[in-house]
Design a protein around this ligand. Structure first.
Ligand code: FCB
Length: 445
């Protein structure tokens, strides 16, 4: 099975890439990496399926050359990876683990040698455990600690990057991890969540300034979006959907691009934000050069009558679902690309920095048939093309992910890769979707 799209359906400079993250593939046991909040989180029973951790993961730490050959041979232009704070600064501050920096240095040179353009994201969730003891994202000082980390990384790598982002998915770092407690550090506390939301943005602004001062260009931030759809048309449900949309989709965009938080979110969170939080907007609003959009699904939002903010719940929707239980809703990607362009970032390139599907992929006679992944990517690329046709400057699309990997609290059996990984032998096998991407990108017609 192949895509019906062709490379020539896209603008000439449109870049196709794939994305990964450090903790999910590298192997945190190797190379003097410090303990991160994920190593800790995984040790607490009940947090991660089967108690799995990423001590070895895909062993990308040792196998990166083979992995980058797979990126190159697929014909992909760009590779988005992240740098682990715990690997580079095991204590979170002070002492630098040179082996960690050397590792990312090798990655960069390995990408460039293969003609792949490197996109780095500073933070994809490996908060060093010692910073947890200081309150982690709840502590305002983290903005300085993060800016110092950014400086250490970018003094070494910044000269060879095509693009850099500060954060991957602030909503997950703050709300999912400090309000819902689903990801490390597993906190359920509205005040912690509100402060984390604000401090992440402050850290984003400070680190962006640091990178500018180092002379770097093409700086952005990667936000995630989920299309919030009301489960019914009652007023309560519509209002609950608004609040869901506010927290998920408008809060972080508002901070960065409007230097303001949405009123419907402030109604519940303002009391928990730091005093005089408005004074930080000058830093938070530090200009960026592009916006990254991660998109996977929609949610059917219900109202709850607990009387407590945010007063919403979720219910299962009718559309076909991936093995994550996520409904497949490409229309949502079109929505966010056009809406973010219109309402927040009219002058900036937008990149789809993550999009992909998990499936129950199995090796049968050396082959992995994953037609549903090909169909998913095709439908979402169609959504991208629609947005482009309407004048939205979408300039690239990164598939999540190159490899099957450690899917956080869900462990190893949610397979998102273009390439299958056998987690016993660590053998890589390109799936049918990898071959289809290759055919798409080779087709010069
Ligand atoms: C995103 C994360 C990524 C991966 C995908 C499935 O939220 O950025 O690490 O877990 O979802």
């Amino acid at each position: 099975m192949n895509f019906s799209l062709k490379r020539s359906d896209f603008p000439p400079n449109f870049r196709f890439g794939t994305a990964t993250s450090a903790y999910q593939i590298e192997g945190s046991r190797f190379g003097g990496c410090g303990e991160s909040q994920w190593d800790v989180f995984a040790q607490t029973p009940g947090n991660v399926v089967r108690g799995e951790n990423a001590a070895v993961a895909c062993d990308h730490y040792h196998r990166w050359a083979e992995d980058f050959d797979l990126v190159k041979n697929a014909g992909l232009d760009s590779y988005r990876f992240s740098t682990s704070w715990a690997r580079i600064m095991p204590q979170g501050r002070g002492q630098v683990n040179q082996a960690g920096l050397d590792f990312y240095d090798r990655l960069l040179d390995g990408l460039l040698a293969r003609g792949i353009s490197p996109w780095a994201c500073l933070y994809h969730w490996e908060l060093p455990a010692p910073l947890l003891d200081l309150g982690g994202w709840r502590n305002r000082d983290i903005a300085h600690w993060f800016a110092d980390f950014a400086e250490v990384v970018m003094r070494r790598l910044g000269d060879r990057l095509d693009a850099a982002a500060t954060f991957n998915e602030p909503w997950c770092i703050a709300w999912f991890s400090h309000f819902m407690g689903q990801h490390a550090p597993g906190v359920r506390d509205i005040r912690a969540a509100a402060r984390a939301m604000h401090h992440i943005l402050l850290a984003h602004g400070q680190a962006t300034r640091v990178m500018r001062d180092l002379g770097m260009a093409n700086l952005g931030v990667v936000l995630n979006f989920e299309r919030a759809l009301p489960a019914d048309d009652s007023v309560e449900c519509l209002q609950a959907t608004q609040r869901y949309d506010g927290i998920y989709n408008r809060f972080f965009l508002g901070g960065v691009f409007k230097q303001a938080y949405p009123q419907d979110v402030l109604a519940g969170l303002e009391a928990h934000l730091p005093q005089n939080y408005q004074d930080d907007f000058a830093v938070i609003g530090e200009p960026v050069d592009w916006l990254g959009v991660n998109y996977y699904t929609c949610k059917r939002v219900t109202a709850d009558n607990s009387g407590l903010f945010p007063g919403y719940g979720e219910q299962t929707g009718p559309l076909p679902k991936t093995t994550m239980g996520w409904e497949i809703y490409p229309e949502g990607l079109y929505h966010f690309l056009t809406w973010a362009h219109r309402e927040y970032a009219p002058n900036l390139p937008i990149y789809v920095t993550e999009n992909g599907l998990s499936a129950d992929d199995r090796v049968v006679a050396g082959q992995i048939a994953d037609p549903q992944r090909i169909a998913f990517i095709e439908q979402h690329l169609q959504a991208v093309l629609r947005a482009i046709a309407e004048g939205v400057p979408v300039q690239g699309y990164f598939i999540w992910s190159l490899l099957d990997n450690y899917e956080w609290a869900l462990g190893y059996d949610k397979r998102f890769g273009l390439v299958h990984v056998d987690f016993d032998t660590l053998q890589r096998t390109p799936k049918q979707s990898w071959h289809a991407v290759r055919a798409l990108l080779q087709d010069a017609s």
